[in-house]
Design a protein around this ligand. Structure first.
Ligand code: URP
Ligand code: ZN
Ligand code: ZN
Length: 460
C-alpha cells in the first residue's frame, strides 16, 4: 500500500501551522493528526484516540522541522529549443534538481514556431517530458501565431488535454511575437474557453530597433541587453496587455515581470539585480541575460519581495531556462544573440525563504502560499496540490528552517555550469522530498530514489 508516516513535525499550510503527524497511503494524504487545533480534534474523535498506523509503514522523522506542501514552480523551460540552441537542463536533470530544492511540481511551456500545430507541439513536448520527469508536471501552451486552426486547437487542448493556460509574447519579433489584433483574438478565445491568458510583456518592435541602435553605437556586450530593454519597454507592454485583457474581461497572468511596476515576480528578480550586466567577467554578465532583464536598480529585489509579502503579488516561478558558457558565447560579439535564460528551479524555495522569511518580511504560512498554494489555486489544481490535507496528493517537503546552505554551481544538481545565486547563503534547507507519497530525495546523504518517468502529467 506504499504507506508513509511523517512523524513529529510542524505541518505548515497557507492558512496555519500545527504540530501534527501526516499519514500517507498510495500517494495520497490520508490523515493529518495534531492535538491542538479544534478541527483536528474532531478528526481525532472520528478516527480514534491515536493515529493507528498499520505495520510495515515507513516512518520519516520530522521532529524539529517544518512539513510543507512541495513547491510548485509555475514557469520552467526544460530542454527548450531556443535562440539557436537547447536549454541544458532537460526534463530529467531539471526535475531532479527541482526535487532536491523542495519543488515537487513544475509547469513548463510547450513553445513551438509560428505555423506549427499546437496539438502536434503538445504531443512532441509530452513525448520529451513523460519518460524523463522525476516529479509531477503540467504544461502551459504558447500561442505564437493565430488562425482558425489555432482557435480550434486551443479549444481541443482546453477541453480534452488538460490545458487551461496559454502564453503569448509581445516580444521576440518575427519569432514568437503577436500583434495587438492577434492578442485580442487570443484573449477573446481564452475568455470563451475559460482559460487563463499569460503574457510576456515587452515591446518587441522597440527592442528590435534599440538592439540595432546599440550595436551601431558599438555596444555589443551583455550590458546592451539591459540598455535596449529598459523598464518602460516592459511597463508599456504590461499596460497594453492589461488594457486588452480588461476590454475582454479576460483573466490574465503576467509572467516574469521584472521591474518595480511588475505584477508577477520571479525568484531571480527577487534574488539578484541587473548591476551584473556590467560585470567585468563576460560569462558572469552573459549568465544573467534573460528577458525581460534584471533591473540595474538594486532596490528592486527588496521592493518585489515586499509586494510578495503583502499580497500584491501572489506566485513565484523561476523561468528556469539554462545555457552553458559555450551556448551563451553565441552572443560573444552581439548581446542580441546571447540565449536568454537563467537558472532557478532548484534554488527558488531557499532564495524565497532567505529573502522573504529569514529577513522577517513574511511568515512560514505566506511562504507556503507564494511558493505552492497560490499557484495551485491560480492554475486550477487546488486542493490536489498546494496543501497538506486529507485527499490531497502527498507532495511534501521536510524543511529545516535552522540549517543553512551556500548556493553554488559546484554543488547544485542542475546541468548548467553557472548559478545566478552563486555564494548566496540561505537559511532554510530542504531535508527530504516526498513526491506522490514516496521519499524521492534525502539531503543528508544527497540521495535520490527516483527515476525518469516517475512523475506524472497533471491535467488542469
Ligand atoms: O529569458 C527568458 N525568459 N527565456 C525564456 C523564454 C521566455 O521568454 O520565457
Ligand atoms: Zn517569456
Ligand atoms: Zn519563460
Amino acid at each position: 500500500h506504499n504507506r508513509l508516516h511523517i512523524k513529529g513535525g510542524r505541518v505548515v499550510n497557507a492558512d496555519c501551522s500545527v504540530d501534527a503527524d501526516v499519514y500517507i497511503e498510495n500517494g495520497l494524504i490520508v490523515k493529518v493528526i495534531g492535538i491542538f487545533l479544534f478541527f483536528v480534534r474532531i478528526c481525532v474523535c472520528l478516527v480514534g484516540k491515536n493515529l493507528d498506523v498499520p505495520g510495515g509503514t515507513r516512518v520519516v522523522d520530522a521532529s524539529g522541522k517544518l512539513v510543507m506542501p512541495g513547491g510548485i514552480d509555475t514557469h520552467t523551460h526544460m530542454q527548450l529549443p531556443f535562440m539557436g540552441t537547447f536549454a541544458v537542463d532537460d526534463f530529467y536533470v531539471g526535475t531532479k534538481a527541482a526535487i532536491a530544492g523542495g519543488t515537487t511540481m513544475i509547469i513548463d511551456f510547450v513553445l513551438d514556431q509560428k505555423g506549427v500545430s499546437l496539438i502536434e507541439a503538445y504531443d512532441k513536448w509530452r513525448g520529451w517530458a513523460d519518460p524523463k520527469v522525476c516529479c509531477d508536471y503540467s504544461f502551459h501552451i504558447a500561442v505564437t501565431w493565430w488562425s482558425p486552426q489555432v482557435k480550434s486547437e486551443m479549444a481541443e487542448l482546453a477541453k480534452n488535454r488538460g490545458i487551461n493556460s496559454f502564453k503569448m509574447f509581445m516580444a521576440y519579433k518575427d519569432v514568437f511575437m503577436l500583434d495587438d489584433s492577434e492578442l485580442y483574438e487570443v484573449y477573446k478565445n481564452c475568455r470563451e474557453l475559460g482559460a487563463l491568458a499569460m503574457m510576456h510583456a515587452e515591446n518587441g518592435h522597440v527592442i528590435q530597433h534599440e538592439q540595432e541602435r546599440m550595436l551601431n553605437l558599438g555596444i555589443t556586450g551583455p550590458e546592451g541587453h539591459a540598455l535596449c530593454r529598459p523598464e518602460d519597454v516592459e511597463a508599456e507592454a504590461t499596460g497594453r496587455a492589461i488594457m486588452i485583457a480588461n476590454r475582454l474581461n479576460c483573466p490574465m497572468y503576467i509572467v516574469h515581470v521584472m521591474s518595480k511596476s511588475s505584477a508577477d515576480p520571479i525568484a531571480a528578480s527577487l534574488g539578484t539585480d541587473g548591476t551584473n550586466y556590467w560585470h567585468k567577467c563576460w560569462r558572469h554578465a552573459a549568465g544573467h541575460v534573460m528577458g525581460p532583464p534584471l533591473r540595474p536598480d538594486p532596490t528592486t529585489p527588496g521592493y518585489l519581495m515586499d509586494l510578495l509579502a503583502n499580497g500584491d503579488l501572489e506566485c513565484t516561478g523561476t523561468d528556469n531556462c539554462t545555457f552553458n558558457a559555450s551556448q551563451k558565447a553565441l552572443g560573444k560579439d552581439n548581446f542580441a544573440k546571447i540565449p536568454n535564460g537563467v537558472n532557478g528551479v532548484e534554488d527558488r524555495m531557499s532564495v524565497i525563504w532567505e529573502k522573504g522569511v529569514a529577513s522577517g518580511k513574511m511568515d512560514e504560512n505566506r511562504f507556503v502560499a507564494v511558493t505552492s498554494t497560490n499557484a495551485a489555486k491560480v492554475f486550477n489544481i487546488y486542493p490536489q496540490k498546494g496543501v497538506i490535507a486529507p485527499g490531497s496528493d502527498a507532495d511534501i517537503i521536510i524543511w529545516d528552517a535552522e540549517a543553512t546552505r551556500t548556493i553554488s554551481a559546484k554543488t547544485h544538481h542542475q546541468a548548467v555550469d553557472f548559478n545566478i545565486f552563486e555564494g548566496l547563503v540561505c537559511h532554510g534547507v530542504n531535508s527530504c522530498t516526498i513526491s506522490r507519497g514516496k521519499v524521492v530525495y534525502e539531503a543528508e546523504d544527497n540521495k535520490f530514489t527516483v527515476s525518469g518517468g516517475d512523475g506524472k502529467f497533471v491535467p488542469r
